[in-house]
Design a binder for this molecule. Structure first.
Ligand SMILES: [Fe+2]
Length: 296
């Protein structure tokens, strides 16, 4: 069967993130998934190298961006959703539970009173099971919480974009120790994804390749069920939760968690500028759990 969609991945080596452009071959309508805005912690500068690659592709192929989809409020990179929207349009969508994430982090960062944890910073809040269209292609949003309370996967034709739930089979699964995260919930979300037809193509949001293998991001439901080191068939919820909790206790805090989340709960917009015209990010002192020493 020839596919009605074209999927173009973009791998960002500085954050190990995979962004995607998914387009309808019939209408050239497209969705951008999880675009990255580069951010240099040392200088406080953003740059748009990664996002401009996506833009270049969109322009090259003459695509009409209808959606900019976030799988969740990422903790490892800033979102380029707003930057892309200003250039090529599209509605920025995320799961409706983002409100819960916004409320948690409004408190942690003590964000300005005008910042409302009501999801209004986004153009669309997806409910579990909600269908939508990219051109003539039907897509479905699936709520897959556990890594955060608001994670969504997007099923487009025979392909599912799973965000931070599962990674490639030899890497396993996403951590579940962020505020509102829960390992048992993550397990149940993953089982829902693994209940999709076995031939469903699965696209992950990150790859942390073991030494000696190139980065990869495409697998299938069947392959995950057979080989995923954390959740292949036969691994029970109990076993998974014990493994996940033990592992999460050793993981370091992601380098960009503090800058990322305060921008990503604003749909990729910087905080309002101070009266000198400069926008500032906030770093709460001694407020976030310290984390361990392991990278991933
Ligand atoms: Fe994440």
């Amino acid at each position: 069967m020839t596919s009605r969609i074209t999927i173009q991945p973009f791998f960002d080596r500085s954050t190990w993130t995979v962004s995607y452009v998914v387009s309808d071959n019939a209408t050239q309508a497209a969705a951008v998934i999880d675009p990255v805005l580069d951010y240099d912690f040392k200088s406080g500068h953003t740059n748009t190298k990664a996002a401009d690659q996506v833009l270049g592709y969109v322009e090259d192929k003459g695509l009409k961006v209808e959606w900019i989809l976030e799988t969740h409020a990422h903790a490892d990179h800033l979102s380029a959703a707003r930057y892309l929207q200003e250039r090529v349009g599209g509605r920025i969508g995320i799961g409706e539970n983002i409100r819960e994430v916004q409320a948690t982090f409004k408190k942690l960062y003590n964000l300005e009173r005008n910042f409302l944890p009501d999801g209004s910073q986004f153009d669309h809040l997806f409910k579990d099971g909600e269908t939508f269209r990219i051109g003539e292609v039907e897509a479905k949003a699936m709520l897959v919480p556990g890594h955060t309370p608001a994670d969504m996967a997007y099923l487009i034709e025979d392909s599912v974009f799973v965000g931070d739930t599962m990674f490639m089979p030899d890497v396993g699964t996403a951590r579940a120790d962020f505020p509102g995260g829960d390992a048992a919930t993550l397990y149940r979300s993953i089982r829902r994804l693994l209940d999709l037809p076995p031939q469903t193509r699965m696209y992950v949001c990150h790859d942390y390749p073991p030494a000696g293998r190139e980065a990869k991001w495409e697998t299938t439901v069947a392959e995950q069920r057979a080989k995923n080191i954390h959740v292949r068939d036969g691994i029970t919820e109990e076993g998974f939760v014990a493994m996940r909790k033990a592992r999460d206790a050793t993981l370091e805090v992601p380098t960009l968690i503090l800058p990322s989340i305060q921008v990503n709960v604003r749909a990729g917009q910087m905080p309002p500028a101070d009266d000198n015209g400069v926008a500032y990010l906030r770093i709460p002192i001694n407020a976030l759990p310290k984390g361990g020493a392991r990278k991933n």
